[in-house]
Design a protein around this ligand. Structure first.
Ligand code: NAP
Length: 478
C-alpha cells in the first residue's frame, strides 16, 4: 500500500475548500514528499477576502473578553499539541526539533499576550481646552479595528510569525486573509484549525496558499483589504510597499545583524551565547548574528574559543533530538551560500571552520579578514556563516555596525556603562541589546527595524496600534 499523503485544501469561510491544483510539499532535509498543498486560484483568493469582509461586523462586535478567551483557548490547544506542532514545523522547515519546540512555546506566549492585549485596547482623554476655542468639550479617543488584514508570512518561524499577525489582528477585531510561505503552509493551516475549534467566527481567519506573487498581487489590488502586514525579504517588502496604494503597510524585513564584544568581558559566558545567536536554525533568523566585532585585545583568544564552541554543534536530521544544525530551506540557498563564501575567500577572507556542504546542510562557518563590501558581510546571508572583525575604539565599532543598509537589532557585550550608553544612543537599529545578542527577542517587546529592515513595529501591543484606527470623539457640553 502506498504511504498516505496529506492533501491540504484551502481554508476559507470556516471550511476546507478544494483547489483546482495542488503542489508537492517536500521536506527540505531529505526531500521526502510530505503533503500536497492547494494552490489558490484568483477566485479562491477573492472568496477568502469576501468571507473576511463578511466576518468583519461579527468579529468587531464580539466583546473584548470573548476575543480574549478565543486567543487563550488557542494558546491552551497549542500547549496540549506542543509535540505535534513542533513536528510539523520541523518537517516542513527543517528546523531542529529543539528549536521547533522553542518556537511552539513562544507561539503560546504570543497568543497569550494577544489575549491579554485584547482586554486592554483603549484610548485616552484629550484636553481640548488646552487650545483657545477648545473649551467646554469632553474629548477622548477610541481604537477601532482597521478592517480586513492581509498577512503574508515567511518560512523561518512558520507558527510564531503567523501568531504575531493573527494574534493582534484578532485581539483588535480584524479578520485576516493569511498567505503563509509556500514551504511552510502546514503550520498555518494547523493554526486555522485551532482557531476554529476555539470558536472564532467563520471567515475571521482564512488561509490561502499559492505563489507569493500571484496571491500577493490580488491582495494588494483589492480595495477591501485595509492593511498588509508582511514579514519576509526586503525585495518583496519593497514590492509590496510600492504596489499597495494607500493601504496601511507594515514591513518586518531582513538584516545582517552585528554584535560588539568589548574588552574585559567574560568570554566563557559570552561565546556560547554568540554561537547560539549566529547558528540557531542554521542562521535563518532575521536577527541572526552575521558580523562579530571584537576588541583587538581579545581578538585572538575570542576567535580560538569561538571556533572550539562551534565544533560542538551537531549537524543532521531535524527530527533527531540532538541536532543543532540541519538543512537550509532549499538546495538553491546552499548553492548561494557557497558562492558568497567562495567569493569572499577569493578576495582574501580566511575560513576558520566550515565552508563545506552536503545533503542540503551548509556546515557552520566562521570567516575572518572579510572586507565589508563582500556579500557575506553587507547582504543578508541567512545561513550559518559569521565573520569576526577587529576594532580598536568604541567609535570605530559603532561606525562599522552602522555601515549597513539594514538596521533591525544590534548587541553589545561590555562592562563599561559609557560604552553601553554610547551604543544605545548611536546604533542605527530598532533595538539595542546591551549585554546580550541581537538575536534576543521576547514576544511582547516592540520589534522592528529601520533602514531596509522595515517599517512599523510588532510585539502584540505595538502591532495592535498598527492594526487599529484612532478615532476622536469630542462632546460639546452646551
Ligand atoms: P520571502 O521570500 O520574502 O517570502 C515571504 C513571504 O512573501 C512568503 O509568503 C512568500 O510567498 C511571499 N511573497 C513572495 N513574493 C511575493 C510577492 N511578489 N508579493 C507578495 N508576497 C510575496 O522571505 P522568506 O525567504 O520566506 O523569509 C526570509 C526573509 O524574511 C529574510 O529576509 C528574513 O530576514 C525575513 N524575516 C524578517 C523578520 C522580521 O521580523 N523582521 C522575521 C523573519 C524573517 P512564497 O513562499 O509563495 O514565495
Amino acid at each position: 500500500m502506498e504511504d498516505y499523503i496529506l492533501k491540504q485544501s484551502l481554508w476559507i469561510g470556516g471550511e476546507y475548500r478544494p483547489a483546482a491544483t495542488y503542489t508537492e510539499l517536500k521536506n527540505p532535509y531529505n526531500l521526502e514528499h510530505i503533503a500536497d498543498i492547494a494552490v489558490a486560484g484568483k477566485n479562491d483568493v477573492l472568496d477568502a477576502i469576501a468571507s473576511a469582509e463578511q466576518a468583519l461586523a461579527k468579529l468587531a462586535s464580539l466583546p473584548a473578553f470573548v476575543r480574549a478567551e478565543i486567543l487563550e483557548k488557542v494558546a491552551g490547544f497549542l500547549k496540549e499539541e506542543r509535540e505535534e506542532c513542533a513536528k510539523i514545523i520541523s518537517q516542513e522547515a527543517a528546523k531542529p526539533l529543539k528549536a521547533a519546540r522553542a518556537e511552539v512555546d513562544r507561539t503560546i506566549m504570543t497568543y497569550t499576550f494577544a489575549s491579554h492585549e485584547a482586554r486592554r485596547i483603549h484610548g485616552e482623554t484629550v484636553p481640548m481646552d488646552a487650545a483657545p476655542g477648545g473649551e467646554g468639550r469632553l474629548a477622548f479617543t477610541v481604537r477601532e479595528p482597521i478592517g480586513v488584514i492581509a498577512a503574508i508570512t515567511p518560512f523561518n518561524f512558520p507558527m510564531n510569525l503567523v501568531a504575531h499577525k493573527v494574534g493582534p489582528a484578532i485581539a483588535a477585531g480584524n479578520p485576516v486573509v493569511l498567505k503563509p510561505a509556500s514551504q511552510t503552509p502546514l503550520s498555518a493551516y494547523k493554526i486555522a484549525e485551532l482557531f476554529h475549534r476555539a470558536g472564532l467566527p467563520e471567515g475571521a481567519l482564512n488561509v490561502v496558499t499559492g505563489s507569493g506573487r500571484s496571491v500577493g498581487d490580488i491582495l494588494m489590488k483589492d480595495e477591501r483589504i485595509k492593511m498588509i502586514t508582511f514579514t519576509g525579504s526586503p525585495e518583496v517588502g519593497r514590492y509590496i510597499r510600492e504596489n499597495s496604494g494607500l493601504k496601511r503597510v507594515t514591513l518586518e524585513l531582513g538584516s545582517n545583524s552585528a554584535v560588539i564584544v568589548d574588552k574585559g568581558v567574560n568570554l566563557e559566558k559570552v561565546i556560547p551565547r554568540i554561537v547560539t545567536g549566529a547558528f540557531s536554525y542554521q542562521g535563518q533568523v532575521c536577527i541572526s548574528i552575521q558580523r562579530i566585532f571584537v576588541h583587538e585585545k581579545l581578538l585572538e583568544v575570542f576567535t580560538e574559543q569561538f571556533v572550539e564552541e562551534v565544533k560542538k554543534l551537531k549537524t543532521g536530521n531535524p527530527l533527531d533530538e540532538d541536532t543543532d544544525i540541519s538543512a537550509l530551506i532549499s538546495r538553491g540557498d546552499v548553492q548561494r551560500t557557497k558562492e558568497w563564501v567562495d567569493e569572499a575567500v577569493a578576495s582574501g577572507a580566511g575560513i576558520k571552520i566550515g565552508g563545506s556542504n552536503s545533503d542540503g546542510i551548509y556546515q557552520p562557518t566562521v570567516l575572518v579578514d572579510v572586507d565589508a563590501s563582500e556579500k557575506v558581510s553587507c547582504e543578508e546571508i541567512f545561513a550559518p556563516v559569521v565573520h569576526i572583525n577587529r576594532f580598536r575604539t568604541m567609535d570605530e565599532a559603532i561606525e562599522m555596525v552602522n555601515d549597513s543598509k539594514y538596521g533591525l537589532q544590534a548587541g553589545i557585550f561590555t562592562n563599561d556603562i559609557h560604552h553601553g550608553l554610547q551604543a544605545a544612543k548611536r546604533l542605527e537599529v530598532g533595538g539595542v541589546m546591551i549585554n546580550d545578542i541581537p538575536t534576543f527577542r521576547v514576544d511582547q517587546m516592540p520589534y522592528g527595524g529601520v533602514k531596509l529592515s522595515g517599517m512599523g513595529r510588532e510585539g502584540i501591543k505595538y502591532a495592535v496600534e498598527e492594526m487599529t484606527e484612532l478615532k476622536l470623539i469630542s462632546f460639546k457640553m452646551e
